[in-house]
Structure formats: C-alpha cells, structure tokens
Design a protein around this ligand. Sequence first.
Ligand SMILES: C[S@@+](CC[C@H](N)C(=O)[O-])C[C@H]1O[C@@H](n2cnc3c(N)ncnc32)[C@H](O)[C@@H]1O
Length: 270
Amino acid sequence: MRSAWRKYLILPKLIRLSRSAPKDRAVAWDKYWEGIVSTGTSSEVLWDSGSDNELRGYRDILARHFDPDLPVVDVGCGHGAFSRALAAFSPRVIGVDVAEHAVARARAESEAMDNLSFAECDMTRPHAGAGLVGPTDANVFIRGVLHVLGTADQAALMENLRQMVGERGRVFLAETNFRGNPVEYVSHLGASRRSIPAPLELAIRKLPMPGHFGPDELAVVMPTDRWTLVEDGAATIETNPLMDAEGNSRVPGYFAVLKGKTPAQEPLSA
Ligand SMILES: C[S@@+](CC[C@H](N)C(=O)[O-])C[C@H]1O[C@@H](n2cnc3c(N)ncnc32)[C@H](O)[C@@H]1O
C-alpha cells in the first residue's frame, strides 16, 4: 500500500474511539475537564504546551493593539494557563469558560493572583458578555475556541465579543488552521494505527472532532458592518510536547486582531 494511504488504516479506530464522545458540546467539554488530573509540564491536555512560549510570540501584536488600561477577557480559558500569563502584564484578567470543571481547575491553579478571576459562561448565549467586566470596554483574547464551534455558534460568540470590546477594546484570536482532513490532522499529531499519544487519544474519546479556523472561516462570521480586520497572519499553535516525536507538536494556525463597529441602526447607548 502506498505510504500516503497507509495512515487511513487508522480510520476504524478513530471512529470507534470517538463514538463515546457526548454529542452535546457543552456537556462534552465539562466531562473532559472533570476527568483532567494533570496540566502544565506533565499535562494530559492536548493543547497545553506547558510553557508561555506561544503567548510570548503574540506579545508584540498585543502591545500594538490592546489599550493597556482595559481589562482582558480570556474567552474559553480552559484551565487558565493563558489567563495567568496574560495577568502578568494586564491590569485585570477575567477567564471565562462554558465548562464548570474548567473554571474550577483554573481557579485552583491561580490562587496567588489577585488581578485574575474566572467565571462560568457559555459565550454563544445572547449577550453573554454583559456584566463580565462592568461598565467598561474590554480587550478579548481567544485561543483555540472558534475552531471547536459550528458556524452558528461562532457567529453568536463573535457578536458577544463585539458588544464586549465596544469602541476601545480589540479582539485577538489565535486558532488552529490545519488544512487537512481529520485523519491527516491526527496523523500530524503523531497518531498511527499502532499507537496514539495519550493527550490526543483522550481528546478523541471525549470531545467532538474540531474543525479549522482561518481567514475564510473568519470572513463568514465577521460581518463588515460590525467589524474591521486590523491585522492578521499565520500563527503556530503549540500543543502538548508529548506529540513531539517528529517535531509535530506545532500546528499551523491563524491569528487576527479585530476592532468592533457600531452598526448604523444600533444607537451607541444600546
Ligand atoms: C481547545 S480549548 C482551549 C482552552 C484555552 N483557550 C487554551 O488555549 O488553553 C477550548 C476551550 O473552549 C471552551 N469552550 C467551548 N465552547 C465554549 C463556549 N460556548 N463558551 C465558552 N467556552 C467554551 C472549552 O470548555 C475549552 O476549555
């Protein structure tokens, strides 16, 4: 069999493993986080590199666009690794996540930081961002969340972000943008018919298969009467180093910085 096709022998195993993942995404995420025992340098979490290297790569972009006086909301914060790193150079950070167990874990790992708080929130619900930071505009940091949502949920979440950033805030997003099919994606992360790295297998068993999010996907959920694209480009999403057998713990990604607009028909005070 040609080697290009050999990787597809994993397909029956992938289907079998992913059968047990809850169909309801919010339930799946909460059950996933409930079962997580370790994060950081010996992490079980697929997208956790255990280092702030990726965020350091974004620092110049954030400095160019984030008003340093505004609070930062880390949307879909998971166990709070990026929230904690952002809190080191932001006046105030609020991490929000749909999963109660993610928020509990983020709080438990962040006890010593007093400019950092967490809240449980489904950011696809109408006006979900209202009241998170009080009566101020906010900057939004969002990493690895849009590519796990369907298009309607992405659009609903984006509208909430627009309401949160107001006139002064900006959105910084960084997303996985691997342009292959699911077999190519898991193969890239080190899966074969014989073995699958443990953090990857856990994600396959417990979570819906993710998509990808790049300029084309952003254009669909970023109406031009509501958003201005300020800057975008390629990013590298760093995953768990356990996937690094052949340097494959890095996944091609996409970043963008957005500025909100107030649609003509919507009064400023609404
Ligand atoms: C791939 S993880 C990324 C976590 C974190 N941003 C990071 O990079 O370490 C996606 C996160 O988004 C959260 N999430 C999924 N849907 C959400 C929603 N509708 N509202 C808020 N958070 C959500 C999940 O619970 C999960 O923690």
